[in-house]
Design a protein around this ligand. Sequence first.
Ligand code: DGJ
Length: 795
Amino acid sequence: MIRQQGRFFHLCDGAISYILEILDDGTPGHVYFGAAMADLELEDLEYMARRCGKSTGTVKAIAGTSFSLADQMLEYPVYGTTSFLEPALAMEQEGMPLYLRLAYTGFEIRDGKEKSMPGPQTRPDPKAQSLILHLADRDAQVEVDLSYTIYMQGATVVRSAKITNLANCPRNLTHAASGVLNVRDTGWNWIHLNGSWARERQIVEQALVPGTAVIESLTGASSHQCNPWNALVKSPDSPASCQGDNNLAYGCNLVYSSNFKAQADINEFGLLRVMEGIHPLTFGWTLQPLASFQTPEMLLFCSIEGLDGLSRVSSRFLRDHLINPNFVYKRRPVCLNSWEAVYFTLNEQNLLELAREAAKCGIDCFVVDDGWFGHRDLDNSSLGDWYPDQKKFPSGLDAFARQIRSLGMQFGLWFEPEMISEDSELYGKHPQWAVKPPAGQYSVGRSQLVLDFSCPEVVEYIFRQMCQVIESTKLSYIKWDMNRSITEAYSQYLAQEKEGQKEFFYRYIYGVYALYEKLTEAYPDVLIEGCAAGGGRFDPGILYYSPQIWTSDNTDAFDRLKIQCATSLAYPLSTLSNHISQFPSHQTGRTFTSEFQKDVALFGIFGYELNLIEDHRFSPADLTGQIGQYRQMEPAILHGDFYHLASPFASNEPAVALYWDGKRPQSAPKTASNSHQVLSKQEQAFVGFYQTLSSLHSIYRPALPLPFLADGQYLIQPLQAQSSMQLHLDLEEENPGKQTSDSQSARNMEPEVIRGQLLRHDGLRKPVKNNGSNRNVAQFIGDFQAMIMELKKIG
Ligand code: DGJ
């Protein structure tokens, strides 16, 4: 509910309150963001806004007063004012800065959320409410609307800004951030996700000190290096830790998949703000008379349950209000992807052999990865030529796809729609469609160039090509890859249209969104999995269309523990695509038991990237059993809450838990497409225990409290898929020497019934080695051990 009270606006969604005020000069200022406070009166708000003036020594915004913007928490700072931090908004006219004094002129409270711009954004919802604050500088003839949307119990504020040029000459936008998160107090740590190819999203925690800390991408994607998600948590040893709200945590994210900048500034008065938006270095926008520019949305999350609580706030919010609703709560196909099995050596024959094996194991979808089109025998040709390679598919790709379907599986294909190889027919016909300067040197990544998606004709051309393949093969799944960063960002199309080259990155990504939009509209049942050389474009913009994203090219289960832990701080488990892949790991050469790989991959959307013909570790029964386990966990993966119990960044014995109370989230529509085969009405919990390196001297911590459990009795046993249990027994009879750790665990660990209260406060016992004395507890001996325990409420 949103209320205006005097100069205050109070947004309350039942979980959080967000309060802002109109300051003396008409600038919107920030008052409060935290736990919900219902029914605040005007005098309460006046009390909350009361502060000690700190403006001595500053330049005053209003002559003859002590009023300065320097010591205020500003909702949307503007260049050239008495606030000296980097602005959210800066504009120029004929190369000269415009010194804007934007002042409040009115407001609207709108019921419901509507689609307010092209591209990804939080979803329409009749129960949402939006506050639009109208600001204007009448002399400069510029209007700005700040919009704030809340969704009931979302614990999230969605911000964006719309800037309109009312003058009769063009103006240039040089900075247009999406919003600012203002925080009171000192002693905050900034958490963000930093990485590289095959090492995406490692957790970085830095103490914030006066000055500016920045995370950013300039690669043309949200990037492997930084992710737009970031969070603020109280530093445990800061003076702030005596203030009683140590579990307050804030998070930010941006619904945008290209160059972004997020900066955390602490000014001389100790005021902290995080500003986030399109990266101003690679942005410029010409606003013609009466034209508007609307920024992408910034998501501001708040939790009073610390960082882990924040991860659940952001996951629920993304699921309920952003991710493609056709799939978000829908059972996902378990895929076998051909990449690590055959790479570019694929052909009709070896793929069919693989597919026949896959079908025996209960795989749902057979995905042909890179190499099926043009004459692509290596990564140096054919991107842009999206027609099947006759040599590899002499009977035709459509006939091949029919064979896959006749085996009872769906058919899926890899595309890299945004790229062009110089060795391609498309480049021969349209060299001007490649992004590169008209003369001089240009960079090449993976032997390929980027297609100019700022040009609508290019987007339409690729769409038509993809439609032909989609329709002829009747595919059900697309893996949409993007394997190189954008350099020398010159568009011949923009030059020809006399648009500024600084508009390129924004127009490019909206071209990508346009193709996504066309495909998802034309083929709403085709699941598109996002990918960018692994997880180089894992962000809310892509999740709006793609319900799942290939988390990383690094499928080494040890490394994946960290990558998945960090990714799941920001994104729901149902968006992480995890595969069991080749052995030893093709990325690191490390070896694991297949159970360790599986128990890591099961916390996400499960699949395979295996050569089933050559890999003798698995029988079809093993795979059927694993898929059975996934199906048991899947309702909780799609609907439930994820808990990071012990971090792989800090512990040799990481642990995670997944909990679903068995109720469908209110916002999940009960349509057939959302129905889940094994939709459980029962509470479900799964706890994953891992021991990475065996250590005699690990810190002894025998149990992990499970804070989400209710009172009552819980049956605890190692996860075993019902459909697979019998298969395991059969297997052991046939081959008594071969033991899977599931069967080993099952022997070592009898089911137990334990009270919820005890598990909640004292904890679930860990299956770790304990001097061999604890009967009934499965023992972890050696490196890379794992076990998933299932908890069922039985009374
Ligand atoms: C990068 C992806 O992340 C891989 O999974 C694979 O699809 C290759 N590209 C194919 O070129």
